[in-house]
Design a protein around this ligand. Structure first.
Ligand code: ATR
Length: 284
């Protein structure tokens, strides 16, 4: 990569940011596409978020990814926010246009694009069980509802948080059948035969000694299983599902596509997906 006086700067605001794979993935993409952009990590402490955001147009930064812990906070400092990001209540991508900052959220669409690529099918008309109700679950659930999912069941450790997400979905998407269950084996087993897709959005599975939230006998053989954890590439949940004959999707696809969508928002160009995927696979 050759940085000159003309190179356009994009990057990521987070705290911490040392774990992020985005600089590798995005810089490889700019290189492959022959675009004179450079992607940098910015460790921004929560108390400095407003100042850092104010500096974006002053420093002529063209775009940003926003990650933990700023995704929700950032909303109130932007000039415009897409409907998608407003529904989700979080922004993971900013595009600068002169002085104006526009917030987007590519997490949910990152998931549905990965789903489409993996299973050659849309999410429309399908029934989902989502484990977890955090930021990622919210982005995914809202995107599924936007794209016409028939039913979404939320199962969260903290019932109250799950109920909040379910109520939020019900308010905006009356045509989607939304329900909530407890994260208990019996309750999950009872709904398994009524779902087409199971999605784990919790961090359970990142550590080798994590418990199994779903055990083999609970799987619906006619369903597919997705995990948003990408490190390890194959969680124990996905391994067991695969061994039980189910099709699976790891978190790499969502990570890739949320980044690819951000690339497109900043540059207006089609992202070089295979290069980005290769870079991620290498880094992982
Ligand atoms: P993110 O914004 O990245 O999705 P988050 O907001 O911390 O992360 O959400 C993590 C989700 O994983 C939450 O739904 C959390 O459940 P709680 O609402 O009960 O906290 C869930 N989660 C985290 N650790 C878990 C565990 N050990 N078992 C079950 N669920 C867990």
């Amino acid at each position: 990569m050759k940085i000159t006086g003309k190179t356009k700067i994009v990057g990521i605001f987070g705290h911490p940011v040392h774990h992020t794979f985005s600089p590798l993935m995005q810089n490889a993409a700019f290189n492959a596409a022959g675009l004179d952009y450079c992607y940098l990590p910015f460790d921004v402490k929560p108390e400095n978020l407003k100042l850092a955001l104010n500096a974006i147009p002053l420093l002529n930064i063209k775009g940003l990814n926003i990650t933990i812990p700023h995704k929700e906070k950032v909303l109130s400092y932007l000039d415009e926010v897409t409907d998608e990001a407003k529904f989700i209540g979080a922004v993971n991508t900013i595009k600068t246009d002169g002085e104006k900052l526009t917030g987007h959220n590519t997490d949910g669409r990152g998931f549905t694009m990965a789903f489409q690529e993996e299973f050659s099918a849309t999410v429309e008309g399908k029934r989902f069980l989502i484990i977890g109700a955090g930021g990622a679950a919210k982005a995914i659930a809202i995107q599924l509802a936007i794209e016409g999912a028939r039913a979404i069941i939320i199962a969260n450790r903290t019932f109250f948080t799950g109920r909040e997400l379910a109520e939020h979905l019900l308010e905006h998407f009356p045509n989607c059948d939304i329900s909530i269950i407890r994260l208990k084996r019996k309750e999950i087993s009872n709904v398994m035969e009524h779902i087409d897709v199971l999605i784990n959005t919790t961090p359970v599975g990142m550590k080798p000694d994590d418990p199994l939230l779903i055990t083999d006998e609970m799987f619906n053989p006619d369903s597919v299983v997705c995990d948003i954890v990408y490190n390890p590439k194959e969680t124990i949940l996905l391994r067991r599902a695969k061994e039980s004959g189910l099709k699976t999707m790891s978190g790499i696809g969502m990570l890739l596509h949320q980044g690819a969508l951000a690339f497109e928002i900043w540059t207006g160009e089609k992202p070089p997906l295979s290069v980005m995927r290769e870079e991620l696979e290498k880094a992982l």
